[in-house]
Design a protein around this ligand. Structure first.
Ligand code: GDP
Ligand code: ZN
Length: 315
């Protein structure tokens, strides 16, 4: 019998699969020849992968002594890789088929760094992962910073991103966020201190990223420590939380490519006189014209310039 399921945990050569949306993880191993993933990755199967598996002969149910046999990895909608820093140049696929990246920011404590947010957004665009911005700790600055918040909405919504306001402290916006996660494989990312762990805990009180656990209570099977794991959210949906995903890894782009990952600049650049246009010094540049007439945000444009200077290599 051949069936399909999703990889919910990757612990070296052992895996747990579950036929999402049903959460009933069972063990699996790789068996036989399997088509290797993209780009010569060190791991052919990653959390989030949809796979075809077989049961070993005579086993009605997969269990630890009769694990399911993974035969094939189905094509990925997207994936996040960690490029290895050593000379082997092999890439490690951290996660695949993500439905949404929630990029958590806070206006203060720590002070928001728009270039950092824009880099995360570009990274999501490069990987093909939809992104939603979560503006957390609004209980601290909603009134004082009303104007900034309104501008922030305008700029990022014009670029095509949703902005959800939350407070992990007061619970504001948490129902909305929980609802948003439903049915999705979600990733939370953000600078340390913005309240990412508190938000995850507010969305599902059984999860506690700070004590390292998101507890293993959900999963049957061996207590192997694993950095690559998916957790079911009590309100529906699944959370991928891994140290390797915090910075999303290194993305490397050609200079001319960078602007393609700023959706509002990509639209504008159709009207630039020169192709390619770096939108810095070229005459007849529609991006610079938009900057001058105020339709393009100077902050977004500055983030773009910063990335050009870094030669398209960034974390
Ligand atoms: P992480 O590093 O992003 O995981 O951040 P934490 O979840 O550890 O939160 C960092 C600090 O911010 C802690 O002291 C939290 O209590 C606090 N915090 C988190 N969310 C909120 C919020 O919505 N409002 C306020 N006022 N404080 C928050
Ligand atoms: Zn241009």
């Amino acid at each position: 019998m051949i069936a399909e399921a999703t990889v919910v945990k990757n612990a070296g050569s052992h895996y747990l699969l579950s036929d999402l949306p049903v959460w009933r993880p069972f063990p699996a191993v790789l068996r036989g020849r399997i088509r290797l993933g993209e780009g010569g990755s060190t791991n052919p199967v990653a959390v989030g992968d949809r796979v075809r598996y077989e049961l070993p002969d005579g086993a009605p149910q997969p269990d630890l002594s009769h694990p399911a046999l993974i035969r094939e990895v189905l094509p990925r909608r997207n994936y996040v890789i960690r490029r290895s820093t050593n000379l082997s140049r092999q890439n490690h696929i951290i996660a695949a088929n993500l439905d949404m990246a929630y990029l958590v920011v806070s206006l203060y404590f720590p002070e928001i760094k728009l270039p950092f947010l824009d880099r995360l957004l570009v990274t999501c665009e490069v990987y093909g992962i939809p992104a939603t911005i979560v503006m957390n700790k609004v209980d601290l600055y909603r009134n004082e910073a009303a104007e900034f918040i309104a501008d922030f909405h305008r700029i990022y919504e014009a670029a095509g991103y949703r902005v959800i306001e939350t407070s992990a402290r007061t619970g504001e916006g948490i129902d909305l966020l929980r609802e948003d996660c439903r049915g999705r494989i979600c990733l939370f990312s953000g600078e340390s201190g913005v309240g990412k762990s508190s938000l995850i805990k507010a969305v599902d009180s059984s999860l506690d990223p700070k004590i390292g656990a998101i507890s293993t209570a959900h999963l049957q099977g061996r207590h192997t420590t694993s950095l690559y794991e998916m957790y079911p959210l009590s309100g529906g949906g699944y959370l991928i939380d891994s140290p390797g995903l915090r910075g999303f890894g290194l993305v490397s782009l050609e200079k001319e490519e960078i602007c393609r990952y700023f959706p509002e600049m990509l639209r504008l650049s159709e009207n630039c006189k020169f192709v390619p246009c770096t939108h810095t010094h070229e005459p007849g540049c529609a991006v610079k014209a938009a900057l001058e007439d105020g339709t393009l945000s100077p902050e977004r444009y500055n983030s773009y310039l910063g990335m050009l200077e870094d030669d398209g290599k960034f974390r």
